[in-house]
Design a protein around this ligand. Structure first.
Ligand code: PSU
Ligand code: MN
Length: 313
């Protein structure tokens, strides 16, 4: 455990005291990934989904010089409506805390916070990765290096389809991150079930995903694992249908000179407009689906620990 300035919500503090399974949730998806009020409704629904599946949700954000592990409904609502919220990745976390700024945590920063708080499982929508054209821009999300370094099991619907998925897979392999497709051979692509890229590994249930994660910890390997959970079939937008919208959004980003942290929020918003809101509905469906699986994995890890403790007696 680090000396990180953590503040736990009463619900999460009680779960920790009782040794109950906890699932971390990020906040950039709320502040930069979805428009108000759907962002707030989704954040609440995702928390409810985690609870229904038997775990305790801990939405993570930064405020008043503290990393908040678990937000009550008032804090969630304030964050969802606030305008001047920083998007915090690994590079920004310390600065935002030192200055007392309000910040939303990305996958990378949420992993850091979750690990500091002793939370092993984290649900999000899609991870960041290697952007298309990264051979020139060098725009590669810090989410990938975090997965290589921080032992948290991240449940996502794959890398976002706006990215260069084959190159994202190459970086993850180089950095030694297990990439596990759930229930299918190919990696899912966020709004679509099939990226057409074979996944490096496939597992079909929460218990085996938990076992793989626990084994990685036993090996003493420092990083996490990426669990790529395909969007439910009835909510997906087929990749062929999305391709022209992604191309148009990328053109718009180039024309507007969008760079760095703005790229992903800009592309998500553009694609929302181009699909007439369908991409948002898909995004919500996939996050809910990931929250349920993450809770099941957290429960399986918890059950494994209980069994191991019983064996030791
Ligand atoms: N998943 C979503 N919507 C999002 C994100 C994930 O469904 O907006 C956020 C996560 O916080 C992720 C970030 O870490 O997008 C990636 O940003 P970047 O490409 O700048 O690293
Ligand atoms: Mn980037």
């Amino acid at each position: 455990m680090t000396a990180a300035p953590l503040s736990f919500s009463p619900e999460v503090a009680a779960a920790r005291a009782a040794g109950r399974p906890v699932v971390a949730l990020e906040s950039t998806i709320i502040t930069h990934g979805m428009p108000y009020p759907r962002n707030l409704q989704t954040a609440r629904a995702v928390e409810a989904q985690v609870r229904r599946a038997g775990a305790v949700p801990a939405t993570i954000a930064v405020r008043g010089g503290r990393i908040r592990i678990g937000l009550d409904d008032g804090a969630l609502e304030a964050l969802a409506q606030e305008r001047e919220v920083w998007k915090l990745s690994r590079a920004d976390l310390a600065v935002a805390l030192a200055l007392g700024r309000t910040g939303a945590t990305t996958v990378a920063a949420t992993m850091i916070a979750a690990h500091a708080a002793g939370i092993e499982v984290f649900a999000t929508g899609g991870i960041g990765g290697v952007h298309r054209g990264a051979e020139d821009s060098l725009d590669i999300s810090a989410d990938l290096t975090e997965l290589a370094e921080t032992p948290v099991c991240v449940v996502a619907a794959g890398p976002k389809a706006i990215l260069d998925i084959p190159r994202t897979l190459e970086v993850l392999e180089t950095r030694g991150v297990p990439v596990i497709a759930v229930g299918q051979d190919n990696l899912p692509a966020f709004w679509s079930r099939d990226s057409r890229c074979p996944a490096p590994a496939r597992l079909d249930d929460a218990a085996s995903i938990a076992a793989a994660f626990a084994m990685r910890r036993r090996l003493g390997l420092p990083g996490g694992q990426l669990v790529a959970n395909p969007i439910p079939a009835d909510a997906e937008i087929p990749a062929e249908e999305l391709a022209p919208h992604i191309a148009a959004a990328l053109d718009a980003a180039r024309a507007d000179g969008i760079a760095a942290k703005q790229v992903t929020p800009f592309l998500l918003q553009r694609i929302l407009e181009l699909t007439g809101g369908r991409s948002l509905e898909a995004n919500i469906a996939l996050v809910l689906n990931n929250a349920r699986l993450a809770a099941e994995i957290a429960c399986a890890l918890h059950a494994g620990r209980v069994a191991a403790a019983a064996d030791a007696h």
